[in-house]
Design a protein around this ligand. Structure first.
Ligand code: C5J
Length: 242
């Protein structure tokens, strides 16, 4: 029997976060062309998609480290069935976009499964053995088998990154928190079209002693992830309100 993996401890907010890579999954939220590249859903809503570009190398580095550790990796994609039967009329109508969900755009039908725009960007393409989870909503647990996948793999903790911080990342972290998972959100591995929402969304996670979980930068996380068993400088748990 393999010896138990020692926990990794990283500096984080509101206090250091410990996790065992063997029981931790990296969950990458919606790094799709529709959100990150011109001509997709994000842009049709009037957003500047270039604001999300800095997340790409960060998520790439965390993904590489997680793969090296043999961690469970989950990719999610927000989108709908081609017949749009899983698209609530309220979601289709909202946002006053130049192109609505299901309309033909430069990268295929907007936010529709199977279309070029719906897929994950090339830089972060999933590899064999990594689950790709299609979700019709903002949260990755809603109407998906994510809970079953994590439970069956013995996962207790999540490292979460992706876009956008205050929408799909936040909704997923809230859902995960209510299901008993410990979540660390990778600050620079998340992005928003609204920098102020990004900053506040991160603060909301770690506020009140970590009401939804922890946040850390990739610089804080990666050294521990590259050498499991390493322990970042330990400091006493803080109960300071953010
Ligand atoms: C949005 C998402 N922002 N992936 N989706 O509509 O955050």
């Amino acid at each position: 029997m393999a010896p138990p993996t020692p926990p990794v401890t990283v500096e984080a907010r509101p206090y250091p976060y410990s996790f065992d890579p063997a029981t931790t999954a990296l969950v990458i939220i919606d790094m799709q062309r529709d959100f990150l590249e011109p001509g997709g859903f994000g842009e049709t809503l009037g957003n500047d998609v270039s604001l999300l570009a800095p997340t790409i190398p960060v998520v790439g580095a965390v993904l590489a480290a997680a793969r090296e550790q043999g961690m469970t990796v989950i990719h999610t994609r927000e989108g709908h069935r081609p017949d749009l039967t899983d698209l609530p009329p309220a979601k289709k109508a909202r946002g006053n976009p130049t192109l609505a969900i299901g309309d033909e755009g430069p990268r295929g039908r907007i936010l529709v499964r199977g279309e070029e725009g719906h897929d994950i960007i090339d830089d972060l393409a999933p590899i064999e053995g990594e689950a790709v989870l299609d979700k019709p909503g903002k949260g990755a647990f809603y109407a998906t088998d994510l809970g079953a996948i994590l439970r069956n793999a013995g996962i207790k903790s999540l490292l979460v990154c992706g876009v956008t911080t205050e929408v799909c990342v936040h909704t997923t972290v809230r859902e995960a928190n209510d299901r008993g998972f410990e979540c660390l959100v990778i600050e620079d591995g998340c992005g928003s079209y609204f920098p102020e929402f990004h900053a506040m969304a991160l603060r909301m996670i770690s506020a009140q002693g970590g009401i939804f979980g922890w946040t850390a930068t990739s610089a804080e996380l990666l050294p521990g992830l590259s050498t499991p068993g390493s322990v970042a400088a330990e400091s006493a748990p803080s109960t300071t309100l953010a």
